[in-house]
Write a protein that binds this ligand. Structure first.
Ligand SMILES: [Zn+2]
Length: 299
């Protein structure tokens, strides 16, 4: 077990030293974290499989891998398109590297031609079981975070699930539920994750991996936001404002809409104050605004 090793990174201006630690979260599955971002790699006996290459961790990934193996990175998996999670990818790509992604991610990167995020060489269009060396990966294209789609990855033997930007064990999701582009898909992913037999959930952020209880707790929070916004929203009546002059109509719409997420946000922040998951007081209003957009137009 490798735990708590400190590597040195560049200093962040005006901030603490930027360092990483390496944890073996399951046999041969390693987590690199700077306490905010994290990502995983695994040895396979046939090269290293690296899941994402977050930009903030890019200087740490190679030294971290070298702490446990001399094998090259042979496979790189993009969980989703966001550049904070895969913006360091080009550093790990050789002409022989296999790069995997969901179809929507691949389509975007093909069109975008961003040198930092090389175009995938292999696409997951449907649920796929991938065997690399001695390891099995169950890859499920889903959509719970980005409009271009996200991968839900299960390593059944190791009982590790990778679902990036779903939740963390220590902090609430940030802005708009980790800027989810699909609230319906986001709310559903918790049940899909809990339907898997896992011990470790890699969510992409925080110092630690999440456990089943963390998924249940965050699911409870998300559903509380949904029910609260739904209740406050049910008292909203905007029908009368359309008889107003256009400028007043727009001003009133803004006032009425925002009253829903402000009132619901206050209630949520109060109810989740002191929760083991920090940050409700910071992000509840944003969560309620994102939920309002879903409830008012889609639900
Ligand atoms: Zn993301």
């Amino acid at each position: 077990m490798v735990t708590g090793r400190q590597g040195s990174g560049q200093n962040l201006k005006g901030s603490r030293d930027h360092k990483y630690s390496l944890q073996e979260v399951a046999s041969g599955v390693y987590l690199i974290t700077d306490t905010n971002y994290h990502n995983v790699f695994t040895t396979t006996g046939d090269g290293v499989v690296l899941f994402d290459a977050p930009t903030p961790l890019v200087g740490f990934i190679e030294p971290a891998i070298r702490e446990v193996t001399d094998d090259p990175v042979t496979h790189l998996v993009y969980t989703h398109v966001h550049n904070d999670h895969i913006g360091g990818a080009s550093q790990f790509v050789t002409p022989d590297t296999k790069i995997y992604a969901g179809a929507g991610t691949a389509e975007f990167l093909e069109a975008r031609q961003d040198p930092a995020r090389p175009v995938p060489t292999h696409i997951f269009a449907e649920d796929t079981t991938l065997t690399i060396g001695g390891r099995t990966f169950e890859i499920a294209p889903d959509r719970f975070h980005t409009v271009t789609g996200d991968l839900l990855i299960n390593m059944p033997r190791e009982k590790v699930v990778v679902a990036i930007d779903t939740l963390g064990p220590d902090w609430m999701p940030i802005l708009d539920f980790s800027i989810t582009a699909d609230m319906y898909g986001y709310m559903k992913i918790f049940d899909r994750i809990l339907g898997l037999d896992f011990d470790v959930l890699v969510g992409g952020h925080d110092e630690h991996v999440a456990r089943r209880s963390d998924v249940e707790l965050t699911r409870g929070y998300v559903h509380d936001v949904y029910q609260t916004v739904k209740r406050v929203h049910s008292e909203l009546d905007t029908s009368w404002i359309y008889a107003e002059e256009r400028r007043d109509e727009q001003r009133l719409a803004l006032e009425l809409f925002s009253s829903v997420w402000v009132d619901a946000g206050k209630e949520i922040a109060e109810r989740w104050k002191g929760s083991p998951v920090q940050g409700a007081e910071l992000w509840a209003e944003s969560h309620c605004r994102a939920m309002f957009l879903y409830v008012n137009w889609t639900d």
